[in-house]
Design a protein around this ligand. Structure first.
Ligand code: IPM
Ligand code: MG
Length: 372
């Protein structure tokens, strides 16, 4: 298969982790005879510095002309600490999501057997957790009307949803549940919010077309608690934009590090793949950031094009690296020599030399094998 992939590394650790995902995709291309062409463009704070906008037209055009987008991270502390900044890096990502109609953000969360001890949560609680969060991505409070009074003392953000916005993501969530453990949990705040009551009504209607899928409802405050109390009760979580943003960061604790969580943002026409983590500016350029979320985002990209064998090989190779403790300091504080690049090299290495072979992986440790 030939794919044109727009690469938007963005800010902070974005470039370093994205580079590892590209490395891994190149290994897949060689192994499976695909052609992946990567085209780089700027977004976020780096784009503001150069072009005074977080999403230059040329970047948007490139994204539209490619088959898929691989996104790094966005954000810079100089904007976080300046509430009056009119131009902000995050606007670039939000505009990209909106312009490309990426309404469904899919965030798989899994407790890896080998990492059960790394989570601050008890291992008997998180063991076997396998959740997929379907977060609505182009509506709600993120995109509703924003107002600031003239005197600067009152502000508001409107949370608005329409039937079509709820229906389209609900269908995706139910379809996903059908191929998983057949349960959808709608997370909302229907005891308080009108928009949540509309979600409940419409999701219930859609649910009646899926009699084989159990539909459950949880208020978001309770869901936040249940997620760490008993994460195994969840299969597919369906929720609106802001709630999804918050509970997916929380859910990453189950996996042991936010550096492991990948996501796919899907629309009717375009698709973008990005880690759920931010730009982690403190780690920028230090070669210590965990590239696995970006690498697993590349696996989701391959899934999207139905290259399932390839995607699974990436996931197996990631698990192999985790099993051998080839992980960055967020998961392996005792060995600081394992860098972002080494993790990427090892995973690419495993792809080029899959499990079937009788290579001793312990000797291939850290990409120091003679095989690459
Ligand atoms: C995410 C991020 C973004 C969001 C930010 C960077 C705008 O937190 O993708 O989860 O809030 O959606
Ligand atoms: Mg977030």
């Amino acid at each position: 298969m030939k794919l044109n992939i727009a690469v938007l590394p963005g800010d902070g650790i974005g470039p370093e982790v994205t580079q590892q995902a590209v490395k891994v995709l190149n290994a897949i291309a060689i192994e499976f005879d695909h052609i992946f062409l990567f085209k780089h463009a700027e977004v976020g704070a780096v784009a503001i510095d150069k072009k005074n906008t977080p999403l230059p037209d040329s970047t948007l055009e490139l994204c539209k002309s490619c088959d898929a987008i691989l996104f790094g991270a966005i954000g810079h502390p100089k904007y976080d600490n300046d509430p009056s900044a009119k131009i902000r890096p995050e606007q670039g990502l939000l505009k990209l999501r909106k312009e490309l109609g990426l309404y469904a953000n899919i965030r798989p969360v899994k407790a890896y057997e080998t990492l059960l001890d790394k989570s601050p949560l008890k291992k008997e609680i998180i063991k076997n957790t396998n959740i997929c969060i379907y977060r609505e991505l182009t509506g709600g409070i993120y995109f509703g009307k924003k107002q600031l009074s003239k005197d600067g003392n009152t502000a508001s953000d409107l949370c608005e949803y329409s039937r079509v916005e709820i229906e389209r993501i609900a269908k995706l969530a139910f379809n996903a549940a059908r191929n998983r453990n057949k349960k959808v949990t709608l997370v909302d705040k229907a005891n308080v919010l009108e928009s949540s009551r509309l979600w409940r009504k419409i999701v219930t209607e859609i649910g009646s077309d899926y009699p084989d899928v159990e539909l459950d409802f949880l208020f978001v405050d309770n869901a936040a608690m249940q997620l760490i109390l008993n994460p195994n009760q969840f299969d597919v979580i369906l929720t609106e934009n802001m709630f999804g943003d918050i509970i997916s960061d929380e859910a990453s604790v189950i996996g042991g590090s936010i550096g492991l969580l990948a996501s796919a943002s899907i629309g009717d026409r375009y698709s973008l793949f990005e880690p759920i983590h931010g730009s982690y500016p403190q780690a920028k350029g230090k070669d210590i950031a965990n590239p696995i979320a970006s690498i697993l985002s590349a696996a989701l990209l391959l899934d999207h094009f139905e290259l399932f064998e390839e995607a699974n090989l990436i996931r197996e190779s990631v698990e192999r690296a985790l099993m051998l403790n080839i992980t960055t300091p967020d998961l392996n504080a005792t060995d600081l020599s394992i860098t972002t690049n080494k993790v990427g090299n090892s995973i690419a290495d495993f792809i080029r030399n899959p499990k079937k072979s009788n290579i001793n992986y312990n000797n291939m440790y850290l990409g120091q094998s003679t095989i690459i």
